[in-house]
Design a protein. Structure first.
Length: 194
């Protein structure tokens, strides 16, 4: 589906582009390419004084706030290096940006993301980040459930598995929003927020 519009109050929400995930090999896009596309989007949003929300995942040092529950695939049991949860430097350091820390897959669950957006009158979200089928998809589903219009910049996100990325972008995202490329979003932004 082609992108149709961006609301007057649209926010860019970037999921988990942080130091500790930088070493992961992304599929189908490299993390470096995804970071570069997110920088372009963030710069365009900032230039138009539209909100940029940088979401990071972090846990307390003792791990007491890690999501509990039995799973077939074990979670991280290793000690994480200092700074692993800091936003990548290419995106960090802009005073007007909003930083949200999450403890789960979705950026909405247990955070103040919805409050930040509603207080600013945001009605639409452009969503990007990693991993497409985990943090991005969980946040997209929650954004839809919260009543936000949703645009997904599918080349500004990546996964650990190209098939998982394709499943999210082809099967899930068309049911909850509109998808396009970074250039599609930037083009629409240029025409609707000149």
């Amino acid at each position: 589906m082609a992108l149709t519009t961006l609301d007057p109050k649209t926010a860019l929400v970037v999921i988990d582009l942080q130091n500790g995930l930088r070493a992961l090999s992304g599929a189908p896009y490299s993390l470096d390419d995804v970071i570069e596309r997110n920088v372009r989007l963030a710069d365009a949003f900032r230039a138009r004084e539209l909100p940029v929300v940088l979401v990071r995942v972090s846990f307390s040092p003792d791990g007491s706030d890690v999501v509990p529950g039995r799973t077939e695939e074990p979670g991280h049991s290793q000690t994480l290096p200092a700074g692993w949860d800091e936003i990548v430097p290419e995106l960090a350091g802009h005073a007007g940006d909003i930083t949200v820390t999450k403890r789960n897959w979705s950026a909405f669950y247990g955070t103040d993301l919805d409050l930040h957006l509603r207080r600013r009158g945001v009605t639409q979200i452009v969503l990007t980040g990693v991993a497409t089928s985990i943090g991005v998809e969980s946040t997209a589903r929650a954004a839809h459930e919260h009543g936000y219009h949703l645009t997904l910049a599918t080349d500004a996100m990546t996964d650990l598995d190209a098939d998982a990325h394709r499943h999210s972008t082809a099967k899930i995202f068309p049911r909850i929003g509109e998808s396009g490329t970074t250039d599609d979003v930037l083009g629409l932004l240029a025409t609707t927020h000149a």
